[in-house]
Ligand binder design. Structure first.
Ligand code: MSP
Length: 521
């Protein structure tokens, strides 16, 4: 069986999950669901990044022990993922007992190779980024450009360094020989430019911090949170009940097909991570795709502006399909995108309630009225406008998913539904009924049902609940949240709907959303 594996980032637990973390995870879930629909065995890894200074300070500020804080926050992530209808196979927490042996073994391997050495670290550290910043990138008064209300902190301490510089040529070779390794291409260029400036070794340990794993060769230091976090991708692959080791981790699913991340953490994934894996002599992930950033009403989201979107409130109010659809259809993965509540409501009402829902509703009514509630027979030619669109759809959708063009994967089936609505008005089946053209009428109704079926099928990775309702009204007893029960090669093709199948009475598949409720923190 073909396989597909992908990861979301492991999210910091310094705060409850926000819309940015939900965005990456919804996109990853749609990719995973499409692969599963096609019959692949799929592994979706997600989880939480729980060590480091930022988390330790947050716990301190809340007056709770760090582990307790992490347990609470990790629970919030799992809850939100469930509310968003995410189907993950492995949820890794970096405080999981399996993780420490993996991190220690990895560190030891690099140490034994001579790729780690002790050196004085001096520099400006941004705790929010958990990263040293180059003095030239800082804003006035030594503030981090990504966290403009936070000053960076001066550090001057002995740290263990990873010899990144040793891997410069090997990395450049990787980017050349595998041009698709980093996507989209604008991000790839950014990385090429960064690497071309020359890579400096970087510190992978911290002194005066206890929330992390001790450095195996020096218990006074703890391992740097990013070194620890990236290795979570490996620990996530250790099967339950198996003794954690690097060998066990890479046994079945490593290397993964895709790391889906946001553009702010590209350098860690596209430069540091492959270099660390090269040093450990482990295979590299096949692809890294960095998406853009979300804004709210055109503005950067921040606590101080008071415009942070709370994904819990949003999903509780509007449901998971609506959210998944809006974010994946309206924002091109890879580009920055905006959330505006009115536009969100307009989009899902127009696309899901009207174009898709009403198409089904109107057609089913006619099928009950003129065809005895059964899918009519289909002795029609294949050259009508719906067949022309429908015949090419599966190939185009597969391409869109391959390119991670999720906006297209949503837009194409919708265009079929839109064309079907228009075609229904042009064909006016109610007129055909009056003139007694039963054969023609049945042909028209068949194609309309087929258009809504195919659109629902190919949209099911994004809106599984709505697609399930459509399929059930078309007379199928299936649930797109369960294991795939129908063969993709058949269902993804135009004309799969079996004549004679009994259809249900029409019910709204997506309830129109009324007045916007302003969603605040
Ligand atoms: N813990 C690290 C990742 C370690 S992976 C081994 C981390 N965590 S994070 O919680 O800060 O960010 C996780 C993801 O959320 C990143 O991919 C980031 O790009 C994404 N987003 C955070 N804010 C965002 C928006 N406003 N918009 C879109 N995505 C954003 O970094």
């Amino acid at each position: 069986m073909a396989r597909f594996s992908l990861t979301t980032p492991l999210y910091y637990v310094n705060a409850r999950p926000h819309i940015g973390s939900a965005y990456t995870t919804m996109a990853a879930d749609a990719l995973a669901r499409f692969a599963r629909l096609r019959g692949n065995e799929v592994l979706l890894v997600t989880g939480t990044d729980e060590h480091g200074q930022k988390i330790q300070r947050t716990a301190q500020e809340r007056g709770v022990p760090p582990q307790q804080h992490c347990d609470q926050m990790a629970g919030e992530f799992e809850t939100l993922w469930q509310m968003l209808n995410i189907r993950w196979q492995s949820f890794i927490r970096t405080t999981d007992f399996k993780h420490e042996p993996i991190v220690q073994e990895f560190f030891q391997r690099l140490w034994d190779k001579g790729d780690i050495y002790l050196h004085q670290q001096q520099g400006w550290y941004c705790v929010a980024c958990e990263e040293f910043k180059d003095e030239r990138e800082l804003l006035p008064e030594k503030h981090c450009p990504l966290h403009p209300n936070l000053p960076v902190e001066w550090r001057d301490e002995p740290n263990y360094f990873f010899r990144l510089s040793r891997y410069q040529a090997q990395l450049e070779d990787l980017y050349q020989t595998q041009p698709d390794f980093i996507q989209p291409s604008a991000r790839r260029n950014e990385v090429l430019k960064f690497v071309a400036q020359g890579l400096a070794d970087f510190s992978i340990s911290r002194l005066h911090l206890d929330w992390g794993f001790p450095v195996p060769v020096d218990p006074n230091q703890v391992i740097y949170v990013w070194f620890d976090a990236l290795l979570g991708y490996l620990t996530a692959l250790v099967e339950p009940g198996v003794k954690p080791s690097l060998e066990a981790a890479v046994q079945t699913w490593w290397p993964v097909d895709l790391h889906l991340i946001g553009k702010d953490i590209l350098r860690f994934h596209a430069v540091y991570w492959p270099a660390l894996l090269m040093a450990a002599e482990l295979p590299l992930p096949k692809r890294i795709f960095a998406h853009g950033f979300l804004t709210k009403d055109g503005q950067k989201m921040s606590k101080s502006l008071g415009n942070i979107i709370d994904p819990f409130a949003l999903v509780a109010e509007y449901g998971s399909d609506a959210l998944r659809y809006y974010f994946l259809k309206e924002i091109e993965l890879g580009k920055d995108g905006d959330f505006n509540e009115e536009r969100f409501i307009q989009t899902v009402n127009a696309d899901l309630a009207n174009d898709l829902g009403n198409l089904l509703n109107r057609t089913l009514k006619l099928v009950h009225k003129y065809c005895g509630g059964k899918v009519p027979s289909a002795n029609v030619s294949q050259d009508d406008p719906l067949a022309l669109l429908g015949q090419n759809l599966a190939t185009q959708i597969a391409q869109a998913y391959e390119q991670l063009a999720l906006h297209r994967a949503c837009g194409l089936p919708l265009a079929l539904a839109q064309r079907a609505n228009k075609w229904m008005d042009e064909q006016a089946p109610w007129q055909l009924a009056k003139t007694g053209a039963q054969g023609h009428l049945e042909g028209v109704l068949y194609r309309l049902l087929e258009a809504v079926r195919l659109a629902a099928y190919l949209l099911s990775p994004v809106i599984p609940q709505t697609s399930t309702r459509i399929y059930q009204q078309l007379g199928y007893g299936i649930d797109f949240d369960g294991e795939p029960q129908l063969a993709y090669d058949q269902q993804s093709q135009w004309g799969a709907l079996p004549p004679g199948q009994l259809v249900a009475q029409p019910e709204p598949v997506f309830a129109r959303i009324g007045v916007p409720k302003v969603i605040k923190l």
